[in-house]
Design a binder for this molecule. Structure first.
Ligand code: SF4
Length: 341
């Protein structure tokens, strides 16, 4: 079946599916899963409520028939889900899927795991690292995990053929903003792509304040003052990160400006939670329960039609509205740790 073109109510294509495979994580990052609120007694999703690999692969196939060509595996921390490489091996052969990537904190990315993921068909990997300064990083990840182990994980990914690795740094004023230049300096000339992410009001637990956001513009100015950079063309329409390259050939960086320069206009991303709910925005307050349909014997045609109907009805543009200071939708936003980035 040839992939269809599926448009939402603002004319945006359905291209990307982000699949959260677990709401569990072994870190407690302050901007995502603060340990004060996600303590030892936090009730994670029960195992039986999680979509199994067959169910995920079936939904991914139906999304591909609707035009999805890129899959990203997220969490929580996706590598805490057992045998995740077996899921990658199920997704890689799906017709229409051109790209499969994964976002990880790197803590479980051993040489063997990196190799297994690459052999299974993973194309790209993104590793989160919020600071080079160990004290800062250990404070921000909430579990005292050392920088050196994440740098090792990046090397493991590269050795497994998953280079260039994208490295995500969420920049928060008063927290790790002082480390911007050190991070840039470390990754110059490595071939890896460091991406600076503006701190976002995801979920309801990180106590977000606008004055703690370091604007992409400021990050570009600070780096440009040390190493001249120039803008680079996007690889494709809707690319989340704005690309900048070092004039001296030192490689490139990315800037993700959801707060100061929102990109909802070209947002082609759907999100599937680990328990099978479909969300049409990172800042959504409610999702559509696909698991009930999957587990009640709904056939492919009916399920595909339901997916398309949800997307057709989509009008999300949360970040744009936030920047226009338009009153935002009421309700409890989904947690980043539940839906992944
Ligand atoms: S705020 Fe929602 S609609 Fe806008 S870019 Fe993010 S996920 Fe897409």
């Amino acid at each position: 079946m040839l992939p269809m073109e599926t448009l939402d109510s603002l004319g945006r294509h359905l291209r990307d599916l982000r699949i959260s495979v677990t709401d569990r994580c072994n870190f407690r990052c302050t901007y995502c899963m603060p340990k004060e609120l996600f303590g030892a007694d936090h009730a994670f999703l029960p195992r039986a409520s999680l979509l199994d690999f067959d169910e995920i692969a079936r939904l991914a196939r139906l999304f591909a028939e609707l035009g999805v060509s890129k899959l990203r595996l997220t969490g929580g921390e996706p590598l805490v889900r057992k045998d995740i490489e077996k899921l990658v091996a199920r997704l890689a052969p799906i017709p229409g899927i051109a790209d499969i990537s994964l976002t990880t904190n790197g803590s479980l990315l051993t040489p063997a795991k990196a190799r297994a993921l690459a052999d299974a068909g993973l194309k790209r990997i993104t590793v989160s690292l919020d600071a080079l300064d160990d004290a800062t990083f250990q404070r921000m990840n909430g579990v005292g995990f050392p920088v050196a182990r994440v740098l090792e994980a990046i090397d493991n990914a590269a050795a497994a053929g998953l280079a260039p690795v994208k490295v995500n740094m969420v920049v928060k004023r008063g927290d790790n903003a002082s480390d911007i230049e050190a991070m840039a300096g470390h990754f110059r000339h490595t071939g890896h792509i460091l991406r600076f992410i503006e701190y976002m009001d995801v979920g309801n637990t990180n106590g977000w304040r606008l004055d703690e956001v370091v604007a992409g513009r400021e990050i570009v100015e600070r780096i440009g003052a040390r190493w001249p950079i120039e803008p680079a063309d996007p690889h494709y329409r809707g690319e989340v990160a704005k690309r900048w390259r070092y004039v001296d050939g030192g490689g490139e960086i990315g800037i993700i400006t959801s707060v100061t320069q929102p990109f909802c206009r070209n947002c082609t991303r759907a999100r599937l939670s680990a328990e099978g709910a479909l969300y049409t925005c990172l800042f959504a307050t409610r999702g559509f329960d696909l698991r009930a349909l999957v587990r009640s014997g709904t056939d492919d045609d009916a399920l595909r039609a339901q997916l398309a109907a949800v997307w057709h009805g989509r009008s999300d543009r949360y970040s744009e509205l936030r920047s226009l200071q338009t009153p935002l939708q009421a309700g409890h936003k989904i947690e980043m740790s539940y839906i992944g980035g």
